[in-house]
Design a protein around this ligand. Structure first.
Ligand SMILES: C[S@@+](CC[C@H](N)C(=O)[O-])C[C@H]1O[C@@H](n2cnc3c(N)ncnc32)[C@H](O)[C@@H]1O
Length: 215
């Protein structure tokens, strides 16, 4: 596989997701139950109020539900158009247009990081770097809630997502559960819980609650 740099991916993500705002909004409207389910699971592990960073927040659908439940939320997304929509929809949250990997969060720390459908956008080595960034942004004892679909075998590369109307090529990593379990473990994270749910398209999602391993 040709080397996929973060610079290439960032450019691609900005353009791709800028063009998907309406589709994401529509998806969010039709899939409120998934977001409600996810936040209700997070609540079992994190009392509100608490500071939450929603990474790759897109139109802010998860951000909105988190705010409803009393969390103080910051959303970050590389797509300016996604963030413009999110700001309109969730005025009570704080939003950042930026690249998670290069943004300067100064001394801000969070009780939880929510990163749905995010880690699988990056090659495995970059995903490990993202975990390092998450680790640095968490308060002691903080948790991460991250989810991806289950796959039979590991693969990474460009693909066209047929289940979206906008058939742009996207980079996607397919993670089988056992690989993801090892990946978190090898990168110093303990798995607290894995929730499974099947979406309306029949895809099995694995939602992980993880935290930094204690020494
Ligand atoms: C697959 S979408 C997931 C959206 C949302 N979390 C959800 O589950 O519905 C991934 C989001 O991550 C954003 N993104 C991609 N690369 C990013 C980066 N380096 N920093 C911040 N956001 C990024 C994209 O713009 C997109 O909105």
């Amino acid at each position: 596989m040709e080397e996929v740099t973060v610079q290439i991916l960032n450019k691609l993500h900005e353009t791709t997701y800028d063009s998907l705002v309406d589709e994401y909004d529509d998806f969010a409207l039709k899939n409120k139950d998934i977001v409600e389910g996810a936040v209700s699971k997070l609540k079992r592990h994190l009392d509100s109020p608490a500071r939450v960073l929603d990474v790759g927040c897109a139109v802010g659908n998860i951000t909105s539900e988190l705010v409803e439940h009393g969390y103080e939320v910051t959303g970050i997304d590389i797509s300016p158009k996604m963030i413009a929509r999110a700001r309109k929809c969730v005025p009570k949250a704080n939003f950042i247009v930026g690249d998670l990997c290069s943004y300067d969060f100064a001394d801000n720390k969070y009780d939880a990081i929510v990163a749905f459908a995010f880690i699988h956008l990056f090659p495995k080595n970059e995903a490990a770097r993202i975990l390092e960034i998450f680790r640095a942004l968490l308060k002691p004892g903080g948790i991460i809630y991250t989810g991806t679909t289950d796959s039979d075998s590991f693969s990474e590369g460009f693909e066209t997502k047929e289940d979206f109307e906008n058939k742009l090529k996207r980079f996607r990593v397919r993670w089988p559960r056992k690989d993801l379990d090892s990946f978190f473990d090898e990168n110093g994270f303990e798995i607290i819980k894995v929730y499974e749910h099947t979406d309306k398209k029949g895809k099995l999602w694995l939602d992980y609650i993880i935290k930094v391993k204690e020494k």
